[in-house]
Write a protein that binds this ligand. Structure first.
Ligand SMILES: [Zn+2]
Length: 307
């Protein structure tokens, strides 16, 4: 017997298909994926190749901690074959929406869901209080590949070989990228390996590549930097003779610029933190709209300011 409750959702489905007609997802793709952040979208694109069309809800410079989905996002999420999100509470204000989708659809995947908790940084007492910024440890981001491969295989079994081969190729590239990062950073002397930024996005980076990391704000950017934190940081910079501090592409630069002026230190450049950049080549020849380009840009920025 057909339940009456299912009728409105069928009608809604038809309506949504009509409304979503102008979506940027390619109609000829086998799998249509909606990703929350630009980083997640890039990972899925790398593995999916031409079989997959990926739409990122958050564009360049958008802060995922505070992002709230728009009505058109909700339509895109409903219409996707696979919804890929980061997880670990990165999308703090989208959690209710993602939970609701999850209870209705099988294909909603947190790309960090298979990471062993032993490799995550704890950032508080509560259950699941882990630092979400895992992409800054290239080796950890590489561990997310198998989760994405598995999700695409579930959605499109005919593409299994493609997804596995592309996943393998990406794994090899990220091994090489990790080695490149270590080689480049080796020119920065031990006492200058201090990374001061707007918020605590670089904890994994510090752990993996031997940097002390100081964020003006906590793990999330929700709320503003406290005046006391700014004063404390200004004093620390003077005491430690730290040559440069950095602004982040997805966080307002005001607080960091103010601290830099007060402490008399240089702003060493802009780092991509929680979002990739706009497509196109940066002055240093990297394309910050890709994960690899973003990592290279950040490393080059650090090296030129701190070496
Ligand atoms: Zn963040």
């Amino acid at each position: 017997m057909t339940s009456l409750g299912s009728v409105p959702s069928v009608l809604l489905g038809v309506l949504l298909m009509v409304v979503a007609g102008g979506s940027s997802l390619r109609a000829d793709a086998v799998v249509r994926v909606v990703a929350t952040t630009s980083l997640v979208a890039d990972l899925v694109r790398e593995i999916g190749g031409t079989r997959v069309s990926v739409k990122s809800l958050m564009g360049p410079g958008v802060d995922p901690h505070s992002y709230q989905p728009t009505p058109s996002d909700l339509r895109a999420l409903q219409d996707a074959d696979v919804v890929a999100f980061h997880g670990l509470h990165l999308e703090g204000r989208m959690e209710n929406v993602l939970q609701r989708l999850r209870s209705r659809r099988a294909q909603v995947v947190a790309i960090t869901s298979d990471l062993p908790v032993t490799r995550l940084r704890r950032v508080g007492e509560g259950e699941g209080a882990y630092d979400p910024h895992v992409w800054f440890e290239v080796g950890l981001w590489r561990e997310c590949i198998s989760t994405v491969v598995a999700a695409l295989v579930r959605a499109d079994p005919a593409g299994t070989e493609t997804y596995q081969a592309r996943g393998e190729a990406l794994r090899a590239r990220l091994v090489a990228l990790d080695e490149w990062v270590r080689r480049e950073l080796a020119v920065i002397p031990k006492e200058r390996r201090v990374l001061v930024t707007s918020h605590d996005a670089f904890g994994y980076f510090g752990r993996a590549y031997d940097f002390e990391v100081i964020g003006l704000q906590g793990i999330s950017t929700v709320g503003e930097a406290a005046l006391s934190a700014m004063t404390e940081l200004t004093q620390l910079l003077a005491r430690r003779r730290i040559p440069a501090i950095f602004v982040e592409s997805s966080v307002s630069p005001k607080a960091i610029q103010r601290v830099a002026a007060d402490a008399g230190v240089r702003v060493g450049g802009e780092l991509y933190s929680d979002s990739l950049g706009a497509p196109g080549l940066a002055a240093d020849g990297t394309d910050p709209s890709t994960y690899e380009g973003m990592v290279r840009h950040n490393v080059r920025t650090l090296v030129s300011a701190l070496r």
